[in-house]
Design a protein around this ligand. Sequence first.
Ligand code: GLU
Length: 415
Amino acid sequence: MSTNNPFEIARQQIDACAQILKLESHVHEFLRNPMFEVHVSFPVRMDDGSTKIFQGFRVQYNDAKGPTKGGIRFHPEETIDTVRALAAWMTWKCALVDLPLGGGKGGVICNAKEMSKAELERLSRGYIRSVYQFIGPDKDVPAPDVYTNPAIMAWMMDEYSKIAGKNKFGVITGKPICLGGSLGRGDATARGGMYTIREAAKVLGLELKGATIAIQGFGNAGNYAASLARDLFGCKIVAVCDSKGGAYCQQGIDHDGVCQFKAETSSVVDCPKTERISNEDLLEMDVDILIPAALENVITEKNAPNIKAKIVAELSNGPTTPEADEILHEKGIHVIPDFLCNAGGVTVSYFEMVQNLYMYAWDEATVHERLDKKMTLAYHSVLKTSKSLGINMRKAAYVVAVQRVVEAMKLRGWV
Ligand code: GLU
């Protein structure tokens, strides 16, 4: 049944995987539900002197393989079901890249774009005070996600440390470098995605030098994806977009120019030397690689028949609905599923946790090399499973990840 509810979609995906793996019904049922969640409500003093009440969530989906891990989103349309779905996907993501971590996610309903820096700081600290007792370096470790960033992570780490009465850098990842952040964390999601695109291109025999790319979303992941695809492989980025619309240039977009234009106008739309396109047109463009890098449910049964890319590399979480998935598979489009393609972020977050524990800092080359190894291994284990079982790449990613979580649950004696 067609739905836009991300948690319903996550459950449909788990159901399909349970069928392939012939999971016992109680194991299947356990995996369909988060193990723990909190709903919080907290006051924040606004700059005009008024007090606003904000609502937030933290979901710890499954911690069989280790402390739960996953970002915090600040979004006006955040819902508990979105956070549940994202926490489920974090569980499979961490298992797929074989990290000793479970999956979690948090969110606060707010419009970060309309808040001042001081209001955002008070909101960030208020959220941490509300969830303090449920998180921790060996319990649940948040990170950046949609509309949260290293500065916010620094306030959150500081608030947690203040309450704990000692420095607890390991409570959160994606921190600024001078506060225990890891080199290579900033572009890790996009860079990890690039390693999977490189492997997919080898498999498909696609020459990456000069290959055309359209990127939907120009936040952290989309922006870095554009510069890395150019710098690492010599790809040509022909279209980018943000929530206000898109910019197209057949000869290749001048990345620095677009970044500067967006910094000045807060959008890529009408950037000099580009043509205006809609977000819908961008998804259906005749390019070699399409990179969704924004929010959920953008590739649906409506537009999937018109998608022309050879590779769809899902840098965002949940961009493709199950119906669209089937259509892309039938069309022979190579989909690098979200929790494989965007696992680079949490992988370097894990490296950050390890470095914090040892109070040691790795150089950037070491981070890149270890990230490459993890992503390449994960890509090929998914590809191998997809080929051996004759299933699409997303289902194969589920099979590899869920098997690992189930093994951990069984060895712990839970099921
Ligand atoms: N928010 C990112 C994700 O969805 C990173 C999570 C993390 O680093 O813990 O994968």
